[in-house]
Design a protein around this ligand. Structure first.
Ligand code: HGY
Ligand code: MN
Ligand code: MN
Length: 409
């Protein structure tokens, strides 16, 4: 598997150059860079003996046939979209290791009792339309067609973006997989956390994925002259937002296991001598237990209402996305643990604070994930990195998992 690990690393570097933003790695849903990424990854899938298609929403899917035509399908893969100014590994690593495993089977002319479909999901991060798991929810059949009316920062609807990309928004339902034909889904992903590095281990097995609530909050006050409006007469929307941001941090610091983040904030009209009349913020709240997450989001909504009332402003709260926590499938997790133990001295079990397409696909089949150590646990950052040696272990473990599944299928 060694030269395949080297090939994965070379392709990681090549893919990182495909971007909508020169000098950075940025690939948003249905963008020109996503089209170029689908083209290159599609050619690598064909080199590995797969036929390739792009579904109605833009997911790239490679198919490696089973030994017999009515075999079920094992899904492998991850996402090809990225956050803004991303690292090289978040998403592509899972797609490229999956292709390497199929390459290994194809080179050995091995056919299994099930087919393998490697998916490069079209949109996991949800940066462009603030709705995560677009690609995997389309495959799971849980994408609400109403979402096609969402608009991006330029006012382009999701439906038009899909159409422009060459997809078919009216045929989104055709992207849904027949759950009866799907054996399960396995995703390799960088850990995006420090645990494996602290344990000095290359890989670990994911047992659960945190639930997420994402909201968009708007504080509306009154723009005014920075030099003439006395402090006691202001309705400053940015001060309200600032108070709310610290309230978010304080709640998360005082609630075990809760993480909450305001990642985006915009003040308008945005001039140094004008009191901000409006601020728009994003909110991301996560916890392994759904009841704690939901209660925290409710508490923060009440806090935002209170801040607005105290300051004479109005506040609009839009919950734009919610996914429940997901527990990975017991049998698949055991198979993955056994595979890990054949390649490193222990098989650590980890919980994922980050969301993954695995969470969406769990709606239709058993799922499991393999985490790969990443330097300093850093992710969503250009300095995100993993080593070829760890990629070699992860590829061998995934290959082992697939062969074990074939024996038990
Ligand atoms: O935000 C997340 O957890 C993932 O990277 N989309
Ligand atoms: Mn990811
Ligand atoms: Mn990510």
């Amino acid at each position: 598997m060694s030269d395949l690990a080297q090939l994965v690393m070379q392709r990681i570097d090549a893919l990182a150059q495909i971007s909508d933003d020169d000098g950075h790695t940025t690939r948003f849903f249905a963008s020109p860079a996503m089209r170029r990424a689908n083209h290159d990854v599609g050619s690598w899938m064909r080199e590995a003996g797969m036929s390739v298609r792009v579904d109605a929403v833009g997911n790239l899917i490679g198919h490696y046939p089973a030994a017999q035509p009515d075999g079920k399908i094992l899904l492998l893969g991850s996402h090809l979209d990225t956050v803004r100014d991303a690292g090289k590994f978040d998403g592509p690593l899972g797609v490229l290791i999956a292709i390497a495993c199929v390459q290994h089977l194809s080179d050995a002319k091995t056919r299994l009792p099930f087919a393998i479909e490697v998916v490069g999901f079209a949109d996991e991060e949800g940066v462009r339309f603030q709705s995560t798991y677009l690609g995997s929810r389309a495959l799971a059949g849980t994408l609400n067609p109403d979402e096609l009316r969402r608009t991006d920062a330029r006012g382009v609807t999701m439906a038009d973006a899909i159409r422009e990309f060459g997809g078919n928004p009216d045929a989104i339902v055709s992207a849904k997989l027949d759950a009866n034909r799907v054996l399960g889904y396995a995703e390799v992903h960088i850990e995006q956390g420090p645990v494996l590095e602290q344990k000095h281990l290359a890989v670990g097995v994911v047992t659960a994925i945190a639930g997420q609530t994402r909201a968009r909050i708007t504080f509306t006050g009154h723009a005014g002259h920075a030099g003439t409006v006395p402090m006691n007469l202001r309705q400053d929307a940015l001060c309200a937002a600032a108070e709310f941001v610290l309230a978010v941090e304080s709640l998360a610091q005082n609630t075990g296991g809760l993480v909450a983040t305001v990642g985006e904030i915009a003040a308008s009209p945005g001039a140094s001598n004008v009191i901000p009349g409006e601020t728009r913020l994003s909110l991301d709240v996560r916890h392994p237990e759904d009841s704690v997450r939901v209660r925290a989001a409710d508490d923060l909504k009440k806090r935002a209402e209170g801040i607005a009332a105290e300051r004479g402003l109005t506040m609009k709260w839009e919950t734009v996305h919610q996914t429940g926590a997901v527990i990975c499938h017991r049998h698949f997790t055991t198979l993955m643990e056994n595979a890990v133990r054949r390649h490193q001295q222990e098989a650590p079990l980890l919980y994922s604070g980050a969301g993954h397409d695995t969470a969406a696909i769990s709606a239709i089949c058993p799922v499991t994930m393999l985490f790969v150590r990443c330097k300093g646990g850093i992710s969503h950052n250009p300095s995100e990195s993993a080593t070829e040696a760890d990629v070699r272990v992860a590829t061998a473990v995934m290959n082992d998992f697939i062969l074990q599944l074939a024996k038990s299928a």
